[in-house]
Structure formats: C-alpha cells, structure tokens
Design a protein around this ligand. Structure first.
Ligand code: SF4
Ligand code: SF4
Length: 147
C-alpha cells in the first residue's frame, strides 16, 4: 500500500486532492466566519470582528458544521470554483494561498505539526470576536488585524 504523502499540498494540485486532504488544508482560523463589507466599486474587502452566530468563539469551531449551509445561508463552502477568484477570502487562507501559487505559512498546522501555532501566531479569531446577535451596525466593527 502507498504511504500517504505528508507534504501532499506541495506536490498535488488542488483539483487532485481527496476529501481528507482538502479538509486538512483548513487551518481552523475561522476568519472566513467573520462578516465583511465590500466596496462595490473597487471590490476592496473590509473585515469586521463580528462572527457568524454559529461560531463557538472560544474553540473557534462551527457548532453546526454539517448543516451550516442551510442554517447560515451566507456560509460559504470553499470549492475549486470559488477559488477561481478568491479575492474576498483572507489572504492567509490556505486554499487561497495554494490557488494563488503561494506556500503555506510556518504556522499552518500541516507545516508546524501543531494546531496551536494558528493561535500563537495571531491568526485565529478565537476569543477576539463578537457574535452577530450582539451587533446592530457592522460598520462600527471594522478591524485591520485580518489581512
Ligand atoms: S479562512 Fe480558509 S483556512 Fe481559515 S478557516 Fe476559513 S477556509 Fe479554513
Ligand atoms: S455556519 Fe459555521 S462555518 Fe459557516 S460561517 Fe457560520 S460558523 Fe462559520
């Protein structure tokens, strides 16, 4: 039997990944679970520190992952099609990085071998965000700590 390639993302293109490899690419930062505003003229994206109501803020996990697209209609599943133009994803998102031909950063769990490096490097939203149910005007919650 062939051994799994521990650095598969370096040698395989996104369209050849199996479901387990695809899921493993997600670093769990949850930046994509934050509300963002877009300038319709320039397509510039502005992130807020307001998260989807289904995000467990402390654990940085979706509380209804299997039903997320029906429970949260705005929830986006990253697909190959979406990655054709991923400008709205965080610049650190592993899917976006690979789609744009960039390497994964040192703190990505696949590189560091430790999921905690996402937190230690300041790339997790854990504990730094507010549930959307507590917020009225998103424009008051713009942040610059997400690129
Ligand atoms: S931004 Fe990308 S890497 Fe981070 S949680 Fe979302 S899909 Fe995963
Ligand atoms: S439903 Fe879950 S995965 Fe989707 S945006 Fe909300 S918390 Fe994130």
């Amino acid at each position: 039997m062939t051994k799994p390639d521990p650095e598969f993302w370096k040698r395989q293109s996104l369209d050849t990944l199996n479901p387990a490899q695809w899921e493993a690419l997600c670093d769990g930062c949850a930046k994509c679970c934050l509300h963002r505003l877009e300038n319709s003229q320039t397509n510039e994206i502005y992130y807020t520190n307001v998260c989807c109501r289904f995000l467990n803020i402390d654990e940085c996990r979706c509380t209804d992952y299997l039903d997320r697209t029906t429970r949260a209609p705005d929830c986006v599943t990253v697909t190959l099609d979406i990655l054709k133009d991923p400008y709205w994803l965080p610049s650190t998102c592993a899917y976006r990085l690979l789609a744009e031909g960039q390497p994964l950063p040192w703190w990505h769990p696949l590189v560091s071998g430790d999921p905690e490096t996402v937190v230690l490097s300041g790339n997790s939203v854990s504990g730094r965000v507010i549930n959307e149910l507590e917020v009225e005007n998103l424009e008051h919650y713009l942040i610059d700590w997400i690129s």
